[in-house]
Design a protein around this ligand. Structure first.
Ligand SMILES: [Fe+2]
Length: 242
């Protein structure tokens, strides 16, 4: 089974349009969205419409639940709060209803899928290094887990005796004796110092995980953020990848 996995689109229509072109030439069986369709960007309705109509399964991200007031936003920074309030105003009833249906996590085909972290998924912890990784590995049973949320790709590998290491790579081979957590980066707002959107191609038969990136023109995305009165900072960071 070949999965295309993405997350953290954050209402970035230009990244989504280019993503659609990129994956049109890739054979795959399942398209998976690990949440955060909305928040930050200026095109929440186009993005939710597309996910609703094209993705095989979608999980809830913290920004998706914030917009429908199903998670606490006390820890959000001012930019995130402003974008959340703006999104609440323009989101269609149909798209609000779709966000209401999203589950927190899922198990399928020997994989545990979740937006933020296997440990306390609704507390929105970040999986960014091998520090604290042991409790995440303890919190799911499957050999492989995919997460998003941090907007930074990472590979965590746990050996049978418990040793955990972290890596960043373009291509990873899954060893049957080890367990893994893969973070898919971000499609709409990368924060690893690279402006190029990222997604994963996971082949469960070949046991490979490919981290794929592409170029897109983010100037239009930036202009729309500013024209809609969203914080300049949210436009600026797209050209910094931070
Ligand atoms: Fe996010």
């Amino acid at each position: 089974m070949r999965y295309i996995v993405f997350s953290d689109l954050h209402s970035n229509l230009e990244a989504l349009n280019q993503f659609e072109k990129e994956i049109s030439s890739i054979p795959y069986d399942r398209l998976v969205c690990l949440g955060d369709i909305v928040g930050y960007g200026a095109d929440p309705n186009f993005c939710v419409d597309w996910v609703r109509n094209n993705v095989d399964f979608t999980l809830a991200g913290n920004h998706d639940l914030a917009v429908i007031k199903k998670t606490d936003i006390a820890y959000f920074n001012d930019y995130a709060i402003e974008a959340c309030k703006w999104t609440q105003k323009i989101l269609t009833a149909e798209n609000r209803t779709f966000l209401e249906t999203l589950p927190m996590d899922k198990e399928e085909n020997g994989v545990y899928w979740v937006h933020a972290s296997p440990y306390q998924p609704a507390r929105w912890h970040y999986v960014v290094s091998k520090k604290d990784a042991e409790k995440h590995f303890r919190s799911f049973d499957a050999p492989v887990c995919f997460v998003g949320h941090s907007h930074k790709p990472i590979i965590l590998e746990q050996k049978p005796e418990g040793e955990i290491n972290d890596y960043v790579a373009d291509l990873w081979n899954i060893e049957p004796e080890n367990r893994y957590i893969f973070n898919d980066g971000s499609l709409g707002q990368p924060r690893d110092g690279n402006t190029r959107p990222m997604y994963i191609l996971y082949d469960s038969d070949e046991r490979t995980v490919e981290f794929k990136r592409f170029d897109y023109d983010f100037t239009e995305t930036q202009n729309k953020i500013i024209e809609n009165g969203l914080p300049d900072y949210l436009a600026d960071r797209l050209s910094r990848g931070k």
